[in-house]
Design a protein around this ligand. Structure first.
Ligand SMILES: Nc1ncnc2c1ncn2[C@@H]1O[C@H](COP(=O)(O)OP(=O)(O)OP(=O)(O)O)[C@@H](O)[C@H]1O
Ligand code: SF4
Ligand SMILES: [Mg+2]
Length: 325
C-alpha cells in the first residue's frame, strides 16, 4: 500500500475549547489508484490532507494520535528535514485556487523550471525545456509561446492545468488534489478531472481527490471514502457505493444529487446541520440527522467501522438494513 492513514486524530486548541476536527480517520490508497474523499464542509477532509502532507497549521493544530504510513514509513516519526524532503519530492498537493498558489510576479515557465533547477540541478535552458514539455503534457495550447506568460494571463482552467504541471514536475508517488475543480465551470471541471485520471494512470501515482460533489468524482475515482464529523463513515468501491450505499449519510448524499431522470421530483437534502466539533454528540455522530435513528444510536460507544463486504466498510450499527440485506 502506498499510503495508509490509521486512526488519525487532529485537534485545534481554540479560545472556545478543543475542536476535534479529525477523530480517528482510516483510509488507504495504492499506487495507480484514485480515492475520492467526500463530505460536507467542515467534515475534516482538508485537515486530514494537511496532516498527510505535513503542512498542518500548527499551532493551533496538533496531531493527537494515529499513524500515517507512506511507502512503509510512519511520516509522524520522521524529523523535520526528512519530512520536508518527502513532501517536496514524493508527494504533491493541488489546491482549489491556483491564482493564490502561483506567484503572480513570476512567469509560469520560471516557476515550473525552478522545480527542476532546485530539485534536479537542471541548467536554465534544460529547466525551460522541461517546463514547456510539462505544459504540453497537461494540455496548454501553444506552450512554447506561453511559457513566458504570467499566471493572470491564463484562464482558470489553464491555471489549474499549470498547478497540475507543478505537482507533476518531480513525478511524485502521491498527489492530493483538494477541490481542484470547484472554482471552474462544469465543462472545464470534467476536462481537468479527466486529465488527472489520465496522468494518474500514466505515472502510476496514487491520487486522493477531495470533493463535496459526488457527481464530479464518480467517473474518475476507484473508491470513495465518505467523511462525517472528522471520521470515515463509509468506504467502498465507487460502483457499489452508488448502487447500494451502506450508511444512511451516504444515502442522503446520493439522494441530494440532481439526476437527469428525476426532473420535477424534489431533491431530498439531508436535514439539519453537521455537528459542532467542540461538542460532537455521543453515540453515532450522525444520529441527530439520521432518518433511521434508534435508541442505541444515541448511546456510546460510537459505531465502529464494520466490515460490510470485500473492501467495504460502514460505521452504522444498522448497515444491513441500509444496504438492503
Ligand atoms: N486553523 C484552524 N483553527 C481552528 N479550527 C480549524 C482550523 N482549520 C480547520 N479547523 C476546523 O477543522 C474542521 C475541519 O476543517 P476542514 O478544512 O478539514 O473541512 P473540509 O472538510 O475540508 O471542509 P470544506 O469542504 O469546507 O473545505 C472545521 O470545522 C474547522 O472548524
Ligand atoms: S448508527 Fe444509527 S444514527 Fe448512526 S447512521 Fe446508523 S442508524 Fe443512523
Ligand atoms: Mg476543505
Amino acid at each position: 500500500m502506498l499510503l495508509e492513514v490509521r486512526d488519525l486524530r487532529v485537534e485545534f486548541v481554540t479560545r472556545d475549547g478543543v475542536v476535534r476536527a479529525v477523530n480517528g480517520v482510516d483510509y488507504a490508497v495504492d499506487a495507480g489508484e484514485t480515492l475520492a474523499v467526500l463530505g460536507e464542509s467542515g467534515s475534516g477532509k482538508s485537515v486530514t490532507a494537511q496532516a498527510v502532507m505535513g503542512i498542518l497549521d500548527s499551532p493551533p493544530g496538533r496531531i493527537a494520535g494515529g499513524r500515517i504510513l507512506f511507502q512503509g514509513r510512519d511520516l509522524l516519526t520522521l524529523g523535520r528535514e526528512e519530512r520536508r524532503r518527502v513532501r517536496g519530492e514524493r508527494m504533491a498537493m493541488i489546491f482549489q485556487d491556483a491564482l493564490s498558489s502561483l506567484n503572480p510576479v513570476l512567469t509560469v515557465g520560471f516557476q515550473l523550471g525552478e522545480m527542476f533547477r532546485v530539485h534536479r540541478g537542471a541548467s536554465r535552458a534544460e529547466a525551460r525545456a522541461r517546463a514547456v514539455g510539462l505544459m504540453e503534457r497537461v494540455g496548454i495550447p501553444a506552450a512554447r509561446e506561453r511559457v513566458n506568460d504570467y499566471p493572470h494571463q491564463f484562464s482558470g482552467g489553464m491555471r489549474q492545468r499549470i498547478m497540475i504541471a507543478m505537482a507533476l514536475a518531480l513525478e511524485p508517488a502521491l498527489i492530493i488534489a483538494d477541490e481542484p475543480t470547484t472554482a471552474l465551470d462544469v465543462t472545464v471541471q470534467a476536462q481537468v478531472m479527466d486529465l488527472l485520471a489520465e496522468l494518474r494512470r500514466e505515472y502510476d501515482m496514487g491520487l486522493i481527490l477531495i470533493t463535496h460533489d459526488l457527481g464530479v468524482v464518480a467517473d474518475v475515482a476507484d473508491r470513495i471514502a465518505v467523511m462525517y464529523a472528522g471520521r470515515i463513515v463509509e468506504n467502498a468501491p465507487v460502483k457499489e457505493l452508488y448502487a447500494r450505499p451502506a450508511h444512511p449519510y451516504t444515502r442522503g448524499l446520493l439522494d441530494s444529487i440532481p439526476r437527469l431522470d428525476s426532473k420535477g421530483k424534489e431533491l431530498r437534502a439531508i436535514r439539519g446541520l453537521p455537528p459542532n466539533l467542540l461538542r460532537i454528540p455521543p453515540g453515532c455522530p450522525f444520529h441527530p440527522r439520521c432518518p433511521q435513528v434508534r435508541e442505541v444510536c444515541r448511546e456510546d460507544p460510537r459505531p465502529p467501522l464494520y466490515e460490510v463486504g470485500e473492501g467495504r466498510s460502514s460505521a452504522c450499527h444498522f448497515w444491513k438494513e441500509t444496504v438492503g440485506e
